[in-house]
Design a protein around this ligand. Structure first.
Ligand code: CAA
Length: 257
């Protein structure tokens, strides 16, 4: 296998980004995050790609930010390295992001999975925010996203007491979309991504924006935003085509316009 830190593949209209530091359980150092973000931005700009899968390997999705890289850092060095700011770029990705998680998804690894729009987990997946064990707290959105995903009580246990969630718990508590046997998690994630990638691109983009708005705003603002996006889609050729195809009883041909 290549020794590149991040591997890129495409499967039909699905772009796959694979973290490739198996010996360090795919710990996310600065170089990995830079390459991962650059790959996601490139797929986002590529009209041939409709959805993106982020994954690691069977043993680890990612065991967190690279502790060796941070161990001796001062506040000033952390700030100057813009270590976490890099992650903000992922929030700007307009195409659906699906995390295909097997094995460890800890700390920054769990935060990376939660920064995606959906999580497909293998039965071996273990999620957690064990930063408390090394004297810090989650720094890449974990306290916010985990609490929204699983609720306050469980998030407190995971973050304050380092409790891990197994795959079945992650599915039950709303963190993972589905759990499948380890031999199937990549295929399942790519199939889900491919299904979404075949849908009307502009509607998918605005649907993602609208759902994210639900996480980030109060209800009245979210409803107003959803309505604005809904009306906006009536200026697209895909809306005319989609509705006409329904009336004609034929599949729609999406143009992304
Ligand atoms: N950073 C750097 N290296 C890591 C790492 C990490 N987050 N996680 C694992 N590794 C390395 C280990 O140091 C080890 O390297 P060596 O072989 O050179 O010693 C190798 O990966 C294999 O790890 P283990 O021998 O520990 O494997 P294990 O099966 O016994 O344990 C584990 C697996 C429970 C995941 C354990 O490795 C572990 O606890 N890792 C750290 C998890 C963690 O604390 N993550 C949070 C990081 S902080 C963070 O992410 C901040 C943030 O919010 C952005």
């Amino acid at each position: 296998m290549s020794d590149a830190l991040v591997l890129i593949e495409t499967h039909g209209r699905v772009g796959v980004i694979r973290i490739n530091r198996p010996k360090q359980l795919n710990a996310l150092n600065g170089a990995v995050m830079r390459m991962l973000v650059d790959a996601a931005l490139a797929f986002d700009a590529d009209a041939a790609v409709g959805a993106i899968v982020i994954t690691g390997d069977e043993r680890a999705f990612a065991a967190g930010a690279d502790i060796k890289e941070m161990a001796a850092a001062s506040v000033v060095e952390m700030l100057q390295a813009n270590r976490i700011e890099l992650w903000d770029a992922l929030r700007g990705i307009k195409k659906p992001l699906i995390a295909a998680v097997s094995g460890w998804a800890l700390g920054g690894g769990c935060e990376l999975a939660m920064a995606c729009d959906m999580i497909v987990a293998s039965e071996t997946a273990r999620f957690g925010q064990p930063e408390i064990n090394i004297g810090i707290i989650p720094g890449a959105g974990g306290t916010q996203r985990l609490t929204r995903a699983v609720g306050k009580a469980l998030a407190m246990e995971v973050i304050l007491n380092g409790r891990f969630l197994d795959a079945a718990e992650a599915e039950r508590f709303g963190l993972a979309n589905r759990v499948v046997p380890v031999e199937q998690y990549m295929r399942t994630a790519i199939e889900l991504a491919q299904q979404i990638a075949e849908r009307a691109p502009l509607a998918v983009r605005l649907a993602k924006e609208a759902v994210n708005q639900a996480q980030e705003s109060v209800l009245a603002e979210g409803i107003a935003d959803e309505r604005r996006l809904f009306y906006m889609l009536f200026s697209t050729e895909d809306q005319k085509e989609g509705m006409q195809a329904f009336l004609d009883k034929r599949p729609a041909r999406w143009q992304g316009r």
